[in-house]
Write a new protein. Structure first.
Length: 618
């Protein structure tokens, strides 16, 4: 095990290397050839020594410090050769698009694995420092956007094998990107493909002044996405996956969106296949065989419309993820989440807690071939479970539980006549997915919410609420209710009423009643413990999906109990069952389960995912 002093020396050497790179980048061509050769030779020796150090101090993790140092050494060797023949144009290219990004990537890896890992205390300290840096950067963000940049936009295509998809992506970018309106550079990086040189050969043949190519010998994994913002010379940076196809007006629309408000930290287009509700219904023939039908669909769809810009608590960078370059440089990908899953959640927390908006641009469609890059890790390494647990360890939050939105409440708000002037009280909105659905509805209809208040009883979510409500009260729900006045038209519990029944439910109702004016609606839901998917989970031994939290059991709470209790405390209430969405497979499962229900009676309870309650004062 290496000593702390050895690690400190390593970091000092990396810092010196960074200064040398900056020196060369700024002064290249201003000094003698011999000076540039000496500095580049020193860089080569630095990266070779770091590779030896990492190789001799192995860590039982899938980190990429060795590969990064080996790639950096190869780039430094090329730099040295370019300097020796006074080819300073090529030397400048290598510094900008290879060495500096690789040095940033390597520094991030070394810091994570030799200064932080495996101490969770250090992990949390580093997380808090990074958040503070981003929050401090936000104060200067508008000035950063006004600075001079070589390009309006830098687009990175990171490719690994499957060269046929890379060809489609790059050709579509050249065809459908508006190079007349925007000054654009495309950066194509071969992330160490092992396809017998097919990807390397393809990018070596890309002879177009709009394209910069980097061929890495050693793969850097999913987090090689961090190379892009470090190499970018554009005001805005686009992470464009190699399994995505560009379409007409795609960049124009995304630029319209992100340039409309400097508080927008990231935006992404909708597509045909994605998680996180980032898809639209799109039917057309296979674009690999012929993309005419898909492009015709996209052409009809892609018309800029601000009413179709949806605020999200999280966006997944699947299709055309655009962000200010300088902002992205403050975040980068966490090497600890090396399989890639939950890096989107991780980045979203940093953005959200720094006051940056994240927007799903529903007016912009890109085709996504789907699961071309991460499915192998998911199957082989159980990466979703592993990375999800690490996200929990880092933030002390379960990403999926915190992200839940309440479909029954959203459906109610969508189908009731609401003027937009109403005042809302959200009780424990977590990451804020349900409130954001409502905000987007009102924006699309040209309405403005009259006022929003949030009660946050779990202090872990206080920072998530800080920038999104007119008023935030932290502390116990009952005591918080007692601080408020009766001004609310809607009071919404999220995500489910079970959590409050575990406490003193009658006391909660007693505190709630004085807040309700005539016409106030209190909305909440009750999960159905007999829902067929929960029965399947129990049969499979799944009792909790929340990391490091004890299972609280399946509580058999009768809706009738709730109706009787609220009636005793001065409320009238209606309850309605909420059916779960079903596909053919689910229908067959339900049919099989009906045989287990005595006489087939009440079998419909298997398909009910929750019960929705609408409550108001008598």
């Amino acid at each position: 095990m290496a000593s702390e002093s050895a690690h400190e020396l390593l970091f000092e050497l990396m810092h010196s290397g960074g200064e040398a790179l900056e020196y060369l980048h700024e002064e290249l061509g201003q000094h003698t050839k011999d000076t540039c050769v000496v500095v580049s030779q020193a860089l080569l020796e630095l990266y070779e020594n770091i590779a030896e150090y990492v190789e001799s101090h192995k860590i039982n993790e899938q980190h990429r410090a060795l590969e990064a140092s080996l790639n950096a050494a190869l780039a430094a060797e090329k730099l040295n050769k370019s300097c020796s023949i006074s080819d300073f144009e090529q030397a400048h290219f290598l510094l900008t698009y290879a060495l500096i990004p690789l040095h940033v990537f390597l520094s991030n890896e070394l810091h994570t694995w030799y200064a932080i890992y495996p101490s969770m205390e250090r992990m949390h300290d580093n997380r808090d420092r990074q958040l503070k840096v981003i929050q401090e950067y936000k104060q200067h963000h508008e000035n950063a956007l006004k600075a001079e940049y070589a390009y309006d936009v830098s687009i990175m295509v990171l490719c690994y094998n499957k060269v046929y998809l890379t060809k489609i992506a790059v050709e579509s970018l050249l065809k459908y990107t508006d190079f007349e309106k925007y000054k654009v550079e495309i950066i194509v990086i071969n992330n160490g493909s092992d396809d017998n040189g097919e990807t390397a050969a393809y990018i070596s043949e890309l002879n177009d002044p709009r394209i910069k190519t980097i061929d890495l010998k050693y793969p850097l994994g999913y987090n090689a996405q961090s190379l892009g913002p470090a190499a970018s010379r554009g005001r805005y940076f686009v992470e464009f996956h190699s399994d995505v196809v560009a379409t007409k007006n795609w960049l124009n629309n995304l630029m319209d969106c992100i340039c409309s408000d400097t508080s927008i930290g990231a935006a992404v287009a909708v597509c045909n296949e994605s998680s996180n509700y980032q898809t639209i219904d799109a039917k057309y023939s296979d674009p690999i065989k012929n993309d005419t039908e898909m492009q015709r669909f996209a052409s009809k769809h892609n018309h800029s419309d601000p009413q179709l810009w949806e605020d999200r608590f999280r966006i997944i960078p699947i299709s055309g993820y655009i962000t200010p370059t300088m902002l992205y440089r403050q975040i980068l990908r966490d090497p600890w989440l090396y399989y890639g899953q939950f890096t989107d959640d991780d980045m979203s927390v940093f953005l959200r807690r720094s006051g940056f908006r994240q927007v799903l641009a529903r007016d912009t469609f890109l085709h996504h071939f789907g699961s071309q890059t991460s499915s192998a890790d998911i199957d082989k390494n159980d990466s979703v479970r592993l990375m999800g647990k690490r996200f929990y360890q880092k933030w002390d939050l379960d990403a999926w539980h915190s992200s839940e939105f309440n479909p029954a409440i959203v459906h109610y708000m969508m189908h009731n006549d609401i003027s937009g002037l109403e005042s809302f009280l959200f009780i424990d909105p977590l990451f804020g997915s349900t409130p954001m659905c409502l905000y987007n509805k009102f924006r699309e209809e040209g309405k403005t919410i009259g006022g929003t208040t949030a009660i946050v009883s779990d202090k872990r979510y206080a920072a998530d609420a800080e920038h999104y409500y007119d008023e935030v009260i932290t502390g116990g729900v009952v005591k918080s209710l007692e601080q408020l006045q009766s001004k609310f038209d809607y009071i919404i519990f999220h995500p489910s009423i079970e959590d409050y029944i575990d406490r003193d439910f009658p006391q909660l109702l007693s505190a709630l009643h004085p807040l309700c004016k005539a016409g106030t609606k209190v909305l909440f839901t009750l999960k159905n413990p007999a829902y067929y998917m929960r029965l399947f989970e129990l049969a499979g031994g799944v009792v909790s999906t929340v990391y490091n939290e004890p299972w609280r059991g399946v509580r058999l709470i009768e809706p009738q109990y709730l109706l009787e209790t609220v009636n005793q405390h001065g409320f009238k209430c209606t309850a309605s069952k909420v059916p779960a969405p079903q596909n053919e497979q689910h229908k067959q499962i339900i049919q099989n389960l009906r045989a287990l229900v005595h006489g087939g009676k009440n079998a419909e309870s298997l398909t009910c995912i929750m019960v929705f309650f609408e409550m108001s004062p008598k």
